[in-house]
Design a protein around this ligand. Structure first.
Ligand code: GLN
Length: 500
């Protein structure tokens, strides 16, 4: 048995039966990371020592017969947007290079309490802004299915780590699609939970009214296991929901008889790759064969999703990122004079320090977002941009509520195309923003969404299917995805590009 080829669910059984140990598991994945990370660049930090120590502790507890949870001993990769006391947390930005947080994120605390073994921190788009993982200050990530293509973003490192067998489980964050889109492009499963279901304490904020943390794995069943460990109320995050956490595995095996799935005709319009369309339609057919019914629904304001998101998210980001000024937080200019174009005259030495620190610390996409957000919040433009975006957001939210009066979930593509070539969209921010067409609505409405593989193109690239469900419908989303995965084997496919 090659441990790195096993899924988390298989590893959990092998660990419980004593067929392998947590140390053996951790070692196998750490070795795999060592062999492949120079190609994929999925990890920014690898914590061999810490991982082995955590694994030894689990093995010792097991030997003593102490009760252990289902995730005990399972390796997990954590997106570098979450604070960890024992590893740097950079958000893939030069601004936070070498930053060592004084506390663990709530999710990290929960992962440790569950006995998972944190392998390291995964690469991402800087401050989670991007859809290709090309915006990292520490180098792009390659898609394990085709190394010339992007893995998606911003949780591209987490998705690629699973696809490349460098980790069986990973944590991502999703503000406008950053769990679901890379999951789709890398052929794995990822869930964006309802806003507030998972605590964001210790998540470095991008857009606070949209950010949510969620599980990534090979299958829905494993996402359920991981969500179980990280979901729940946290008094340290005032937006976290104080409602009971259900048993996410309880309904997985229930058949889908009678499930009403919505299909949005507008999702199949211009720009949708024909191969993606074919696999998505086939998925609806598979669901019908499993006893679900398909109903046409409308989301009339969906076309405004991208512009609405790209006003709200940058506005909140411009505010959240104001703290990185070289004095309170973040990289500080070392005082070396520079004649960089555009910034040669300053009101005071303090202002010069702020400006130069931010100019050096942030990458181009983050600067673009700060400018967009500052503009849309500025007096004179606020009503025309930010306030209007909030009103459209409400309409988008109402569209979903209305649709969910007639259907239980809404199905469709995750992305309009399979993984695109590295560099293909880097010179065209609008083309990159349009990649988020199908995913941003979920965040704007604060609801749940799951993405899972539903086929492969002729050139062997994975295609993702998305199911969106009302607030707190995670049990249903997981059940519907799991039932699909019982009927199909797309989620079991492994990459050839990196096979050793
Ligand atoms: N691609 C989107 C963006 O660039 C979504 C990012 C995310 O969900 N973190 O903002």
């Amino acid at each position: 048995m090659t441990l790195t080829n096993c899924s988390a669910a298989e590893l959990a059984i092998a660990l419980q039966k004593g067929e392998t140990s947590a140390v053996e598991c951790a070692t196998a994945f750490l070795d795999r990371i060592e062999a492949t990370n120079s190609t994929v660049n999925a990890f920014l930090t690898v914590d061999r020592e810490g991982a082995l120590a955590a694994a030894e502790a689990v093995d010792a507890s097991r030997a003593e017969g102490k009760p252990l949870g289902p995730l005990a001993g399972l390796p997990v990769a954590v997106k570098d947007v979450l604070c960890t006391t024992d590893q740097p947390t950079t958000c893939a930005s030069k601004m936070l290079k070498g930053y060592q947080p004084p506390y663990d994120a709530d999710v990290v605390e929960r992962l440790r309490a569950a006995g998972t073994v944190i392998l390291g921190k995964t690469n991402m788009d800087e401050f989670a802004m991007g859809g290709s993982n090309e915006n990292s200050a520490y180098g792009l990530v390659r898609n394990p299915w085709d190394l010339e293509r992007a893995p998606g973003g911003s949780s591209g490192g987490s998705a690629a780590a699973i696809a490349a067998d460098m980790a069986p489980l990973a944590i991502g964050s999703d503000t406008g699609g950053s769990i679901r889109q890379p999951a789709g492009l890398c052929g794995i499963t990822g869930l964006k939970p309802t806003y507030g279901r998972v605590s964001r304490r210790g998540l470095i904020a991008f857009s606070s009214s949209l950010d949510q943390i969620g599980p990534m794995a090979r299958s829905a069943k494993e996402c359920a296991m991981l969500l179980q460990a990280i979901a729940g109320h946290d008094p340290g995050d005032s937006t976290s929901l104080n409602t009971p956490v259900p048993d996410y595995s309880a309904d997985l095996e229930k058949p889908l008889q009678g499930l009403r799935i919505g299909r949005v005709a507008a999702h199949f319009g211009e720009g949708l790759d024909p191969e993606v369309a074919e696999h998505v339609e086939q998925t609806f057919a598979t669901y019908e064969a499993a006893g679900a019914t398909i109903h046409e629904v409308e989301l009339p304001h969906a076309t405004y999703g991208v512009p609405t998101y790209y006003l709200i998210a940058p506005s909140e980001a411009s505010s959240n990122l104001a703290r990185y000024d070289g004095a309170h937080y973040g990289h500080r200019w070392d005082g070396t004079p520079s004649d960089e174009k555009g910034i040669t005259e300053f009101d005071s030495p303090l202002v010069e320090m702020y400006c130069r620190s931010r100019a050096e610390g942030f990458g181009p996409e983050v600067k673009r977002r700060i400018m967009l957000g500052t503009y849309s919040l500025s007096s004179g433009y606020y009503d025309a941009y930010y306030a209007k975006a909030l009103r459209v957001r409400r309409l988008i939210r109402q569209d979903f509520s209305k649709a969910f009066e007639n259907v239980d979930v809404i199905g469709g593509p995750v992305s309009a195309t399979p993984a695109f070539k590295l560099g293909e969209k880097t010179d065209d921010p609008v083309a990159m923003y349009l990649v988020d067409l199908y995913t941003v609505g979920t965040n704007l409405a604060g609801i749940g969404g799951i993405s899972f593989p539903c086929g492969f193109t002729k050139s062997s690239l994975p295609v993702g299917f998305q199911l969106q469900g009302p607030a707190l419908s995670e049990p249903l989303l997981l059940q519907a995805a799991h039932q699909y995965q019982q009927a199909t084997d797309w989620h079991l496919k492994r990459t050839a590009a990196l096979s050793s």
